[in-house]
Design a protein around this ligand. Structure first.
Ligand SMILES: Cc1cc2nc3c(=O)[nH]c(=O)nc-3n(C[C@H](O)[C@H](O)[C@H](O)COP(=O)(O)OP(=O)(O)OC[C@H]3O[C@@H](n4cnc5c(N)ncnc54)[C@H](O)[C@@H]3O)c2cc1C
Length: 387
């Protein structure tokens, strides 16, 4: 018997496991053969304190110190590297742009408006004359997601914990103060279970008889394309527009491109849709002088959101010893250190870190009185086994 079971070994579960292993024995249960097979391995790898609502931003800010100065031995290189974001405003988007600018002025590294005539100094392929205003978000950084994820997992193992792959949790029951998880790799027990199952978090909760949150997995598509021949794009910022209708950013010598789609889908191994890829090509070609000749590798991943698009971290009000770490949306990598620490505090019932994040804003209890779950989604009508 261990002290903590964590369902899901993506970046969220790995982070929770890392911090929990300071308190006791951790077992990470992962259904796939590779941790990070789903959302964690498919992200755009950006750290942006300008992104999301105030709670998300607080979580991101609370993660910065860990990411900039991880504990000795955590990673053999930097987890963050300078990138920046260039946000463009077409005619008609001025109101949104002004609001974003005002908002971004209070970020730890404030946004800065740049002269639209000089926008090509920041990224030479932006189509001249197409935009009326532009701003840079200088504090945004690239995250080395694999280094971060592996650092968490290594930390779990180094403290005696176990990372069990091909261990899909198929049943979860509680008796005598213990959770019992029946998995493809055998049975595991512990007094506390952390649900970090990403797109499947509601299904895992249903296995445990815990009221689901009404999470929605949202598919997002991305692909790699070549920059123009002979052009070194490595230092370009991420480029996007104020409506978030596309983005592209340098990545491993190529450009990572996305139409910023958010299509609700059931939990699944997400696949890219040709139409979304075509949409991204069209939008990037309108916004820039780039001609996207070959799509090198396309993929899709799930950004799984709670009804209020705010992560859910805390003990379930209806199930002692069941801790949610879910609904991390498009922010799960950049918030993983702070979210993992808060999940660990909830799981150990120790005071949450004094890191500027209000635990009540993340608490699953915020949904308790709300009727956000429709009749068809109530617990009784949900499947109680995972296929
Ligand atoms: C295209 C794209 C771009 C993104 N860009 C960014 C970005 O720039 N910055 C950022 O911070 N975030 C970004 N995100 C979001 C980020 O990837 C996610 O928020 C994050 O990876 C969520 O981590 P997770 O551990 O919750 O989920 P996952 O990585 O999906 O992990 C959940 C794990 O649970 C496992 N699991 C599920 N059910 C069971 C079960 N029954 N038993 C055992 N295991 C189970 C799954 O196999 C999975 O490995 C992006 C996402 C996408 C798709």
């Amino acid at each position: 018997m261990g002290d903590f079971l964590v369902v899901g070994a993506g970046v969220a579960g790995a982070a929770a496991g890392y911090f929990l292993s300071e308190y006791g024995h951790v077992t990470l249960l992962e259904m796939e053969a590779v941790p990070g097979y789903h959302s964690t391995g498919r992200s755009a790898a950006l750290f942006s304190e300008y992104y999301g609502n105030p709670t998300v931003r607080a979580l991101t800010a609370a993660s910065r110190t860990f990411l900039l100065t991880p504990p000795p031995g955590f990673a053999d290189g930097p987890l963050l590297a300078p990138r920046g974001v260039l946000t463009l405003c077409p005619a008609g988007g001025e109101e949104e742009f002004a609001a974003m600018l005002a908002d971004g002025l209070s970020a730890p590294v404030p946004v800065r408006e740049v002269d639209v005539a000089e926008v090509t100094r920041h990224c030479p392929v932006v189509r001249p004359g197409r935009y009326v205003r532009a701003m840079v978000k200088p504090g945004a950084m690239d995250i080395d997601v694999d280094l971060l994820h592996q650092g968490f997992l290594r930390g779990v193992r180094a403290r005696g914990g176990a990372v069990v792959m091909r261990a899909r949790v198929r049943a979860l029951s509680r008796s005598g103060g213990l959770w019992r998880a029946a998995t493809d790799a055998g049975e595991f027990t512990a007094p506390v279970v952390v649900d970090a199952a990403g797109a499947w978090a509601d299904e895992v909760a249903a296995l445990a008889g815990v009221r689901p949150l009404g999470l929605t997995p949202l598919r997002r598509t991305a692909f790699m394309a070549d920059p123009p021949a002979g052009v070194d794009a490595a230092r370009w910022p991420m480029v996007t527009d104020v409506a978030d209708s596309f983005y592209f950013k340098p990545e491993s010598g190529r450009l990572l491109v996305s139409p910023s789609d958010a299509t609700p889908v059931p939990p699944c191994d997400a696949r890219p849709d040709d139409l979304d890829v075509a949409r991204a090509v069209e939008r990037v070609e309108e916004a820039t002088t780039l001609r996207i000749r070959g799509v090198r590798r396309a993929w899709a991943g799930l950004r799984t959101a709670a009804p209020d698009d705010t992560p859910v971290v805390g003990e379930a009000p209806d199930a002692p010893g069941f801790v949610w770490l879910a609904g991390l949306g498009g922010y799960g990598v950049q918030t993983s250190p702070a979210a993992g620490r808060i999940a660990a505090a909830a799981a150990t019932r120790t005071p949450p870190p004094a890191d500027g994040v209000d635990p009540a804003a993340l608490s699953p209890g915020r949904f308790a009185a709300a009727s956000h779950i429709t009749e068809s989604e109530t617990f009784a009508s949900r499947r109680t086994t995972v296929e």
